[in-house]
Design a protein around this ligand. Sequence first.
Ligand SMILES: [Ca+2]
Ligand SMILES: [Ca+2]
Ligand SMILES: [Ca+2]
Ligand SMILES: [Ca+2]
Length: 545
Amino acid sequence: MRVNGVQFDSGVVGGELPVESRLEKLQLSFDTPLWPLAAPLFFLIRVDFFQFVSLNTCRGSISHFFIFLFAMTRGYTLLEILVAVTLMMLIMLGLTQLFSSVGTQINNTQATLQLAGELRSAKTRLESDLKLVTADLTKAPPMKTGVNQGYFCIIEGMGAAHTNDWLRNQGFVAGKDIAFTSDSNESYDNTVGDMDDILMFTAHAPEGQPFRGLVGGQVRESNMAEIIWFCRGNTLYRRTLLIVPGSESLDTDPNGFYQRNDVSVRFENGRVIANSLEDLALRQNRFGHAVSAGATLQKFREAFPFNIHKNSAVYYLRMPTIQETSLSTWDVSESFDENLRTCLGLGPSLGYTGGITTGNSETLPDGTGPFIDFWEDPLPWAGFPVTGERYAEDAILNNVISFDIQVWDDDAKRYVNLGEARDGFYDDGMSAGPFGGQGNYPLRKQNAYTDELSWIALPCVYDTWSEEYEREGYMWPDQDGVLTETQGRNQRDDNRNGVIDDIDEWTTPPPYSVPLRGVKISIRAFDPLSKNIREMTIIHNFVGK
Ligand SMILES: [Ca+2]
Ligand SMILES: [Ca+2]
Ligand SMILES: [Ca+2]
Ligand SMILES: [Ca+2]
């Protein structure tokens, strides 16, 4: 399918994708003038032809033909030569333009093919990862304790081809609040799709193809890994952390840990501990979710449900890359935003509300923002100062302008962004299933959830969760912030609806307590030379797995 010079894989993008002026139409420039090729020849022939005709006309004798031949052998005048040389130069100019144009087209075609190849390899990698998911997604969250299945989590960042109710109320407009062109127009860039989704899960390697990574500075293999897919700027990353529980060779120094290790770890009781699949069922143990080492039980409860997006800057920065975490000062015992604050020297408050700096003004002419020009910025932090020893090992694809994760809504019979529905309906009028709503994020019922709404709406999250948070006898803050004993697993019908321990009784319910049937993930990338855009889509069904 071709839309204004933009090539999409068929059936991936609906008929009309709005395309901006930055996507100039590709044209084969065969309108280069060719007439100079013939002109000098014509000029020389014409001069002598008229000499011949005029001689014959005047003298009327065949013998004058020989006079003409004689005339032909005479030298040209300076003027004739000058004109001929000028015309020859025009020919050369025309030819140069022609070959240059053809050369450009060949380069563009090569670049487009290369883009398609790179996109296909990213797609293949993601497809094979999805086949390796350890969690049983046919069961509704929360995951039972002790099943040793790891986790699966989709974080639907608030930017999308839609906005949820909360964002609409805040005046957010689609994904445009973060994508714009940094040219003189400073216009919204609608070539950019949903860029802020994160996919993270545990995976089991296929037979004979173990995951590889550093353990104590040495390359090691493991059959299990924690895998995280996310975009930063216009680069798509895939972070892989080996699951090696009880690893004897594990490095115990929390500083610069990721310089020497690609291991899924948590910091607990003053120690770096390698996670097992069971440990990773709990969000606070996962990559990027670290709770501060000095956290008291109260702080720990406040941190629940351990979102990575507690800070606006971190929201835009998604997840830590190898480049950042391989700093010698990066501390595994601290959270992502605390590390950034330390490493960037930003003081106790991150003081970074703009989210993204592109070197241009931080707001659009209409006062909205923050923004980023995804066609220009490899990282959304101008002069990015956090550079560790390792670099780009986790980068999968450059020039990405959409990494959109959607989930199957069995009511609407289509893939949707989590939280996409408005008042129970999608924009196309279809009534929404559970995934259309925001789930228990932001659940007004719990202080633990609403605490984090001070700056911005939380992204909608699908998570296999764990019933561990609701363990009988555990104390969590209720809707008024008062610590109360959980009632979700106490074998009593506390809300008297005839069902014992239904999810409405839970103090710590999962965001969505429904099975995940399938996901659709679209990756869109551009080629800066040809300005071509390509998009590839992965559809993965978890039912019958
Ligand atoms: Ca999103
Ligand atoms: Ca999405
Ligand atoms: Ca009940
Ligand atoms: Ca109960």
